[in-house]
Design a binder for this molecule. Structure first.
Ligand code: NAD
Length: 318
């Protein structure tokens, strides 16, 4: 199979590409290495992918239709795995237009390419943020998701609806995966685990939003990759599926695990709830179990340990 992976230099795109390359698929990676966070981290992930003979990078912006179409003209793609996006809930409050360009226009460009180049299978990243401020837990795919509380969440919900339309009109097989707070080695510097680890390691205070009353269904990267690869293989006609851990973790316990892994105490600065933030996420994963034989395997303590040891190794010479 030749699979186009967007966001291949990103956290989840990198790990997914690596898994596909290891099992012998060809991967055409698409990434623009933007500076939303340190582009060197993206370059370093990409350097690992470049070691595989079955990997090829297209360094383009997928919101630019002409350059995206060039990739589809040059390569005979079998499946699309669309993981590239402008991520981040808080950033969408201050930078709304990049979400329009990348998440709305960019995703439309990819759907159009799938339609015109007869690529039937389209797997894409949605997010647990579509559940907004829902209080009924665990979050289930049949719950109403009409009240997103950040523009990021609104674009992800829009992607699910756009994909449905392309499924309906052109028979594309589309699966939207609602990821729940993904973490692990090579993770994102804008996310809590990375930020807290860096600050604690450097003896700087950490800011704890909502006075620590958050809880998150943290999901280890290997479990997410397993769900993504299985979705690519199954290619259901149209599904939206939660990929979570089904075990919400309280923020204060999460911080304790980081302190333990680092062997250092955090200096804590308590702050109020931030705009766009949801208080709790908790995934019902029965659909993923049933349709994808998905079974998350990594608990939070061992996942954080793996992240911290990657972090210490990666930054030891930098
Ligand atoms: N990490 C999580 O916890 C999480 C949770 C829910 C959903 N998601 C979704 O999963 C997907 C992957 O997230 P991630 O954590 O790997 O994020 P990431 O930011 O690490 O990866 C996204 C990649 O896409 C690239 N990209 C962005 N805009 C682009 C454009 N216009 N053209 C080409 N490349 C572009 C970036 O350079 C980056 O390498 C995203 O769709 C994100 O919204 C992630």
């Amino acid at each position: 199979m030749k699979i186009l992976v967007t966001g291949s230099a990103g956290f989840i795109g990198f790990h997914t590409s690596q898994a596909l390359l290891k099992r012998g698929d060809e991967v055409i990676g698409v990434d623009n290495f933007n500076d939303y966070y340190d582009p060197q981290l993206k370059r370093d992930r990409n350097a690992i992918l470049e070691k595989f003979a079955n990997f090829k990078l297209s360094e383009i912006d997928f919101s630019d239709l002409a350059s995206l179409e060039q990739v589809f003209k040059n390569e005979k793609i079998d499946k699309i795995c669309h993981l590239g996006a402008q991520a981040g809930v808080r950033y969408s409050i201050t930078n709304p237009f990049v979400y329009q360009e990348t998440n709305l226009k960019g995703t439309l460009n990819l759907l159009e390419m799938a339609r015109h180049y007869q690529i039937k299978d389209f797997i894409f990243a949605s997010s647990s943020s579509v559940y907004g401020g829902n209080t009924k837990v665990p979050f289930s795919e049949t719950d109403a998701v009409d009240h997103p509380i950040s523009l990021y969440a609104a674009t992800k919900r829009a992607n699910e609806l756009m994909a449905y339309t392309y499924h309906h009109l052109y028979g594309l097989n589309c699966t939207g995966l609602r990821f729940f707070t993904v973490y692990g080695p090579w993770g994102r510097p804008d996310m809590a685990l990375f930020k807290f680890t860096r600050l604690i390691a450097q003896n700087q205070p950490i800011e704890i939003y909502n006075n620590g009353r958050h809880s998150r269904d943290f999901t280890y990267i290997d479990d997410i990759v397993d769900g993504v690869v299985k979705s690519l293989d199954k290619a259901y006609p149209y599904e939206v599926i939660n990929l979570g851990n089904n075990q919400p973790v309280e923020l204060m316990y999460f911080i304790e695990c980081i302190e333990k892994a680092l062997g250092k105490k955090a200096q804590k600065q308590m702050l109020s709830l931030q705009q766009g933030d949801v208080e709790k996420t908790y995934a019902n994963i029965s659909k993923a179990k049933k349709l994808l034989d998905y079974q998350p395997k990594t608990d939070i303590q061992s996942g954080i340990k793996k992240f911290v040891s990657w972090y210490q190794d990666y930054y030891k010479n930098k």
